[in-house]
Design a protein around this ligand. Structure first.
Ligand SMILES: CC(C)(COP(=O)(O)OP(=O)(O)OC[C@H]1O[C@@H](n2cnc3c(N)ncnc32)[C@H](O)[C@@H]1OP(=O)(O)O)[C@@H](O)C(=O)NCCC(=O)NCCS
Length: 170
């Protein structure tokens, strides 16, 4: 089944409204934990702004978008001491349709941006998530990400952890 799902770049003809609804569905579990991520509540306009701030990839099954991840190269990654380093790229706005989760698609999307990060010349691929979302921190740790630093963003109601993994020949 997973073989039928392809990953491709976002197209201008894709619907930011539908992607926003997918994000809200996927992040509902985090909202239920009272964790206010951008993607728990962001508008379609914010989704479009975030897409424009990086390279958005989508997973597509039978023509329907069922997953997404946003890659930012090092020049567009900033806001914490680690993110400000010149060779650190990042990803975010990362979600898989709830009914398709735990089938390995999330792992595929992360691998996709890891390859993209290496091709961009980055030495590290970083992300941040909510410190209380222990299931996510554990999952990223299993994928090879390590703790770097804490961060406090203005728009979140939790402390974030910045995690990172060496990519490419680093
Ligand atoms: C995080 C997310 C994108 C991962 O996508 P996914 O397709 O579920 O990821 P995968 O299937 O590759 O991996 C899921 C993991 O859960 C494990 N898992 C399977 N069933 C599980 C269950 N019932 N309970 C807990 N974990 C389970 C899988 O074994 C897998 O772990 P592994 O990769 O170490 O084997 C997805 O869960 C999601 O959209 N979550 C909500 C939004 C979110 O948290 N985004 C990230 C914010 S930083």
């Amino acid at each position: 089944m997973m073989g039928d799902i392809s990953i491709r770049p976002w197209l201008e003809t894709d619907s930011a409204v539908e992607l926003t609804e997918l994000l809200h569905r996927a992040y509902a579990r985090l909202a239920a934990m009272n964790l206010r991520f951008w993607a728990t509540h962001q508008s379609a306009e914010i989704t479009e702004q975030r897409i424009a701030s990086g390279e958005c990839f989508v997973a597509v099954a039978d023509g329907v978008i069922c997953g997404t991840i946003l890659f930012r190269d090092a020049s567009r990654t900033s806001g914490s001491p680690w993110y400000d380093r010149p060779n650190v790229a990042s990803f975010g706005q990362f979600a898989v349709e709830p009914g398709l989760q735990s089938n390995g698609l999330g792992r595929r999307l992360v691998a996709h941006v890891e390859a993209r990060a290496a091709a961009s010349g980055a030495r590290e691929l970083a992300l941040d998530t909510a410190e209380p979302a222990v299931h996510l921190v554990d999952w990223y740790t299993r994928l090879g990400y390590r703790f770097i630093e804490y961060a406090q963003w203005q728009h979140t109601n939790y402390r974030s952890v910045v995690l990172s993994k060496a990519v490419g020949d680093a």
